[in-house]
Design a protein around this ligand. Structure first.
Ligand SMILES: Nc1nc2c(ncn2[C@@H]2O[C@H](COP(=O)(O)OP(=O)(O)OP(=O)(O)O)[C@@H](O)[C@H]2O)c(=O)[nH]1
Ligand SMILES: [Mg+2]
Length: 297
């Protein structure tokens, strides 16, 4: 999948994060619970090495329970602090403060040695576009302090937001990296809604999604679109969905763009079911994605 990127924007984003990092005590790195490694920006890892970091697996309500558990075990086994959160209902959000305080114990101890009793904390919220940074901040702040939206690229500039008496959070624009080493990573990000629609090969993304669903969650496809034959190829499945949903164009041909829109909207909103788009076992130990032929049509 080829996507047009803007390296100038990336360099600027990196600079802005670097500047503000000096001011914060902890970083909240938001990963999409449905695709935690694909949504992990390697640049953040590189930049944030020396700060306490809490991984927050967002949209855990859209991912499947088994997947959430597998990913938490995965990150914990790597010695990372990670929590699942759902900014829609607030589930898990109450755990953020205690988990942060635990990570900040060394900082508080150093402050006390210097005679500073303050528990004031500044945190930076980082993550790819549309992962739920601003929504989570609003939950923590218990008010609409940041603009949110059902598309990537909503937050345009950094903004400090006060949370209660002891915390200040920096909301940041989502950052994607300019080149994906693995095309499956790009397809998963696209399927999740992290990439602007205007630059997506929508039908290619839908084909990837339908193949993945027919492999891992065939019952969801069967139920949502009343499909009988799930042994069909990816194109065959999209054709059937198109027929069921009346996505026809002049001459009775299937309008695949329309089918792609329906499928991706259903997937992103969770209407299709709770879907985890990758499991820890799909990744090699070297960080690459397992090639399992799911791209075959
Ligand atoms: N189901 C569900 N939806 C969520 C959750 N968190 C955020 N969303 C939705 O995801 C979309 C994106 O949320 P934002 O908070 O704007 O995401 P962001 O990371 O700030 O995005 P940018 O500012 O574009 O980088 C919105 O439609 C939110 O309602 C969640 O935990 N569960
Ligand atoms: Mg935002």
């Amino acid at each position: 999948m080829s996507i047009q990127w803007f390296p100038g924007h990336m360099a600027k984003a990196r600079r802005q994060v670097e500047e503000k990092l000096k001011l914060v005590d902890i970083v909240f790195e938001l990963l999409d619970a449905r695709l935690p490694l694909s949504s992990r920006n390697p640049m953040i890892d590189d930049l944030v090495k020396h700060k306490p970091r809490l991984l927050l697996l967002t949209k855990c309500d859209l991912a499947d329970e088994r997947g959430n558990k597998a990913w938490l075990d995965f990150f914990h086994s790597q010695g990372m602090s990670a929590l699942p959160v759902d900014a829609k209902t607030g589930k898990g959000v109450g755990q953020i403060q205690p988990a942060s305080e635990k990570l900040l114990q060394p900082l508080f101890a150093t402050r006390e040695k210097k005679g500073i009793r303050s528990r004031q904390v500044r945190a930076m919220v980082l993550g790819i576009p549309n992962v739920g940074k601003s929504s989570l901040i609003n939950r923590l702040a218990k008010r609409t302090a940041a603009v949110t939206g059902d598309r990537p690229g909503v937050t345009k500039a950094q903004q400090w937001i006060r949370i209660g008496k002891t915390m200040e959070l920096l909301d940041t624009p989502g950052i994607l990296w300019p080149k994906f080493d693995d095309s499956e990573v790009g397809l998963r990000l696209a399927a999740s809604g992290a990439i602007k629609e205007e630059i997506l090969p929508l039908e290619e993304v839908a084909l990837y999604a339908v193949n993945y669903l027919s492999d891992r969650y065939p019952q969801f496809l069967a139920e949502r679109y009343k499909l009988k034959d799930l042994s069909l190829s990816g194109v065959g499945l999209l054709t059937e969905i198109g027929k069921k949903r009346g996505c026809l164009q002049k001459g009775g041909e299937i309008n695949f763009e329309k089918v792609a829109e329906i499928l991706l909207n259903d997937l992103r909103s969770g209407r299709i079911g709770k879907v985890t788009m990758e499991m820890p076992g799909d990744w090699h130990s070297d960080g690459g994605v397992e090639a399992d032929g799911q791209n075959d049509s």
